[in-house]
Write a protein that binds this ligand. Structure first.
Ligand code: SIN
Length: 486
């Protein structure tokens, strides 16, 4: 483990060079399972952010002019390197973020897949050529060009995948970038920067500036009109502030913000499949995901049986340090995250909910919270309105389809909803009525590099992944032609 940590770069990555921060300061990164220090990382200052913008802006023109195939091949090599090194990438992620090794391996595959997907999209940036409706030699040529230098702000919950799904399309489109990784889990991103350099990414295209102060890095970057795009994954609260910061230079934005995903189980659902889907939708990534099912609305005819089976599965999951054999549930990322889960569960129980499994944090070192199922959760419980970001499944009931849809949509968020039914008409009908950017029908997993991930309402705007993902990094350019032809 220490050899792995020794190999990981811990400096800023600017213009293809590893360097200390302007004032030489560093910050500690800790293992949330032991609370021990894993290493010290350079703490980016405002002038470092300025240097990163200079590097990205300086590299932009030449990078935009590279052949799309060349950009695609760099991404393909990066996919291969990630695949070859999956075990060490996963171990590093588990150490800094906490999730089990199995979860980290799944994330490495998911993360690498964004590079493979966008290596294939790089050569499919299309345009059109049309004759003017009025004729007389007028022609319209529409092409798409890279938007320019981008600021990519990534969260701690998926230290690699939330980076690759921004870096992949930016590289494919021909944009340069400044990445601000999370303070809690910067090591995976720094490691990835080294891997991308090995894959052949030219100096200055990717710059990484970790910092203990997001605003210290973000303000000078967004305050610079050469930066043309922001892609942010994080809370709605921070997203709202960043939207305001982009107003000055009218930078293009993608906002992947908070969620409050409903999980609907209808009376005609295959209950076994619904329970399996529920465990995936709730427990993937320790529940620390914006697409995690946040509340379970179950038809009253099957609620008792669904709760019994869900409780049995969740209670059997092994909690422990993510690197231990057989562990499925690692620690939460830090004390603040665990306190939030504790408070939301206490609030629900104080209002009459029953903890069928779990319900209390584990004592000792590390930020452990066991898989928890709450039944009889009353409508006024905060956990039904706020994103818990932890392994807690609150269950409530509904009487008919209209009530299920009303409950599902009764939130300011609109990222994803899940529904289980064996009636195809109902599946499509309810899927269409959900006010979300995505719906999982008889599945607890929607995340897929080949599909457009994103939300509506307070969950943000813009799409990541799929054929749509590269559009966020391109601008439409129209050339009007006058030709000597009819
Ligand atoms: C997120 O939690 O922000 C994204 C989760 C995913 O891509 O599956």
């Amino acid at each position: 483990m220490s050899a792995l940590l020794d190999r990981v770069p811990k400096q800023l990555y600017i213009a293809g060079k590893w360097r200390d921060s302007a004032d030489g300061s560093r910050f500690e990164v800790r293992d949330p399972g032991t609370e021990q220090v894993l290493g010290e990382v350079a703490d980016g200052q405002a002038s470092d952010a300025g240097a990163a913008v200079d590097a990205a802006a300086g590299a932009q023109e030449e990078w935009a002019a590279t052949a799309p195939r060349e950009r695609g091949e760099i991404l393909r090599r990066a996919w291969q390197l990630m695949t070859d090194r999956a075990d060490s990438l996963a171990e590093l992620m588990t150490l800094e973020m906490g999730k089990s090794l199995a979860e980290s391996r799944a994330e490495v595959t998911y993360a690498a897949e964004f590079f493979r997907w966008f290596s294939e999209e790089a050569v499919r940036i299309d345009g059109r050529y049309t004759r003017s409706p009025a004729g007389g030699g007028g022609r319209t040529l529409v092409t798409r060009q890279p938007v320019g230098p981008c600021l990519l702000i990534t969260p701690w919950n998926f230290p690699l995948a939330m980076g690759t799904r921004k870096i992949g399309p930016a590289v494919a489109a021909g944009c340069t970038m400044i990445v601000k990784p999370p303070q809690l889990t910067p090591l995976s991103m720094l490691n990835l920067a080294g891997l991308l350099a090995e894959a052949g990414l030219p100096d200055g295209v990717l710059n990484v500036v970790p910092s203990t102060s997001a605003s210290r890095v973000v303000e000078p970057v967004l305050g610079d009109p050469r930066v043309r795009k922001l892609s942010f994954t994080g809370s709605t609260e921070v997203g709202r502030k960043l939207v305001g910061q982009c107003a000055r230079h009218l930078q293009k934005m993608s906002m992947e913000l908070g969620g409050n995903a409903p999980f609907l189980v209808f009376g005609d659902a295959d209950l076994e499949a619904a329970v399996r889907g529920a465990v995936t939708a709730k427990m993937r990534n320790n529940g620390e995901s914006c697409v995690a099912a946040n509340r379970f609305h179950v038809h009253e005819s099957v609620a008792a049986e669904f709760t019994r089976r869900l409780t049995e599965r969740m209670a059997a999951m092994k909690t422990g340090h993510g690197t231990e054999d057989g562990v499925e549930v690692g620690p939460l990322v830090d004390g603040g995250q665990r306190d939030k889960v504790v408070k939301l569960v206490e609030d629900a129980v104080s209002r009459g909910a029953i903890a069928e499994a779990g319900g209390k944090p584990l004592s000792g070192k590390g930020f452990f919270y066991p898989p928890t199922v709450l039944s009889g959760v009353p409508p006024e419980a905060r956990i039904l309105r706020e994103e818990v970001f932890g392994p807690v499944a609150p269950v409530t009931t509904f009487a008919d389809e209209d009530e299920a849809v009303r409950l599902a949509n009764d939130t300011e968020f609109g990222l994803v909803g899940y529904l289980f039914t064996s009636d195809l008409d109902r599946a499509i009908r309810v899927g269409e009525r959900l006010q979300t950017g995505m719906a999982g029908i008889n599945t607890g997993l929607v995340s897929n590099a080949a599909a457009p991930f994103g939300g509506i309402k307070a969950s943000g705007f813009g799409r990541e992944g799929g054929a749509e993902g590269i559009d966020e990094y391109l601008e439409v350019k129209y050339l009007a032609l006058a030709v000597n032809a009819p």
